[in-house]
Design a protein around this ligand. Structure first.
Ligand code: NDP
Length: 326
């Protein structure tokens, strides 16, 4: 038997509980991992609260990421004792995820833990931090360099935003952090932000083109916020867009694209090819000040995950939530 958060559905009503599950019920996979740490991501919180149709089949163990040690493997790349990390691939959505003591997955979904990152730090970074790195790589691929000017990061006090601020600052970019929580200004400056801006400044409908202020941006918000971010991007700048915290819509015009040559670069972490994942984790090992994670990360016990999910959706949770399991 092993402990797992289990989401079930009966008579159209979703139920979530911390359950004891029989190992025989684990889904098919060529690698079994003893989970050391998982996390509580925005998507996990949506799955647990049932606020969005994240879960594709029931019963489901949520948890879109985990780090741990291989227990059994028939995959050529992995043997018992190997330290591994998993992000995405539909885990926690259509395949049982990381908020459990054991996980059975495809070896092709795993990446080896990248030294000097520890199992705990890997989940301190988590899918949010790995996505933040993918966003930074997208800006770089589109030629955004520190000498071109300020980089805007929206949702800066959240998981993706916090790590994006820390990485960009370490790489020498001047970072403007947008937050709806002005009380987090000191925290954001400690991560490396040189300016902290109020979310309200970006929330209302603005002009199709605004003053050219930002060489690039990492946007977790979408919606009107992203439309306003695009309107303020400098000539030939790039926005890496990965989230929808402000909404799924994009009430923008093509003006930034056709008059300023702005690029909107989409970032997806879930189906991201393995080569980019390996590159992102290598870059995280090199370009993230792991000491800064201490400020970003806090622990949450497995039995406290369910009530915390609602608080995360309400934007009441700062930084990254790590769930120690093994
Ligand atoms: P968090 O909940 O940790 O952070 C989201 C942050 O967004 C909040 O902390 C808040 O920051 C800000 N925010 C909340 N509501 C609004 C709003 N109405 N308008 C503007 N900003 C808002 O989530 P994560 O950082 O883990 O994820 C952020 C987004 O990125 C989510 O939409 C998530 O689904 C998406 N995501 C996408 C991935 C991908 O593969 N594309 C992977 C990982 C995440 P503050 O308090 O500073 O304003």
């Amino acid at each position: 038997m092993f402990k797992a958060i289990l989401i079930d559905k009966q008579n159209d009503a979703q139920q979530v509980r911390l359950a004891e599950v029989n190992e025989a019920e684990l889904p098919e996979g060529d690698v079994t991992v003893r989970v050391a740490y998982s996390t509580l991501n925005y998507k996990d919180a949506l799955a647990i609260t049932g606020k969005s149709p994240i879960v594709r089949s029931y019963p489901m163990v949520p948890g879109i990421d985990f780090s741990g040690t291989v227990e059994q493997s028939s995959h050529p790349d992995y043997k018992p004792g190997d330290a591994v990390v998993l992000n995405g691939w539909g885990v926690g959505e259509k395949h049982w995820g990381g908020l459990a003591e054991l996980a059975s997955v495809k070896g092709d979904w795993l990446v080896p833990l990248q030294a000097p990152i520890t199992l705990r730090q890997a989940m301190g970074i988590g899918t949010a931090g790995y996505t933040a790195m993918l966003c930074v790589m997208a800006l770089e691929r589109h030629g955004v360099t520190p000498d071109q000017g300020d980089i805007l990061v929206t949702g800066a006090a959240g998981g993706v935003g916090s790590v994006a601020v820390a990485i960009l600052a370490k790489l020498g970019y001047s970072v403007a952090a947008v937050t709806g929580r002005p009380q987090e200004a000191e925290y954001l400056r400690a991560l490396g932000a040189s300016q902290v801006l109020e979310r309200a400044e970006f929330a209302e409908k603005g002009k199709p083109l605004a003053k050219e202020r930002w060489a690039g941006a990492v946007d977790v918000a979408g919606g009107q916020v992203l439309a306003n971010v695009l309107a303020g991007i400098k000539y030939r700048g790039t926005v890496a867009a990965c989230g929808l915290a402000a909404g799924m819509g994009l009430p923008a015009t093509v003006a930034p694209f056709i008059l300023r040559g702005v690029t909107l670069a989409g970032v997806d972490s879930v189906m991201c090819p393995k080569s980019d994942r390996l590159e992102a984790w290598r870059r995280l090992a090199a370009d993230l000040d792991l000491g800064k994670l201490g400020d970003v990360v806090h622990d949450l016990a497995l039995d406290a995950v369910i009530p915390a999910a609602g608080r995360l959706i309400d934007g009441q949770v700062r930084g990254r939530v790590v769930v120690p399991i093994g």
